[in-house]
Design a protein around this ligand. Structure first.
Ligand code: DLZ
Length: 156
């Protein structure tokens, strides 16, 4: 029988850092609500959750790195909403936000969830923040819970 490792969905005793872009805050607010709902339903305490707001998605990795290196959180959840405009601006920010968050996880050695929507339209963003396509904030928090548990299970 192969030895198989998986993280349980139990957030009790873990500390989470949410880094939230304020740009498109109609939607990012819904992602935060989803993430907090997921964390509390899985046993995380409000006292163990830190929320840091930043201007936009571009700034999320910078603050995620700071939190991840602080020793004060067990996982970071990045939440932002990018909506494509008329210029290539979106592509630059989306690519760097994704790369930046991946880099933070790899370099700091703690789980970092990617809860950044990259949408063509406001409608797509609404659908992914609590309407017909679920809530990406909730899913990002769920991945963070599973990953902190997995890290604990795998040990050093
Ligand atoms: C400037 C900008 C634009 C045009 N669009 C978005 C967006 O759709 N979503 C988002 O999170 N942030 C956007 N920003 C702001 C940038 O992320 C960043 O905050 C600014 O360029 C300042 O560094």
């Amino acid at each position: 029988m192969p030895r198989t490792y998986e993280g349980m969905l139990d957030a009790k005793g873990f500390r989470f850092g949410l880094v939230v872009g304020r740009f498109n805050d109609l939607i990012t607010g819904r992602l935060v609500e989803g993430a907090l709902d997921c964390l509390s339903r899985h046993g995380a305490l409000d006292d163990e959750i830190t929320i840091v707001k930043v201007p936009g998605s571009w700034e999320i990795p910078l603050v995620a790195e700071r939190l991840a290196g602080s020793g004060k959180v067990d996982a970071v959840i990045g939440l932002g909403v990018l909506i494509r405009g008329a210029t290539p601006h979106f592509d630059y920010i989306a690519a760097e936000t994704a790369k930046g968050l991946a880099h933070v996880g790899l370099s700091k050695g703690i789980p970092v969830s990617f809860g950044v929507l990259t949408c063509d339209t406001l409608e797509q963003a609404l659908e992914r923040s609590g309407a017909k396509a679920g809530n990406k904030g909730w899913q990002a928090a769920q991945a963070a819970i599973e990953m902190v548990q997995l890290y604990r299970t795998l040990g050093d």
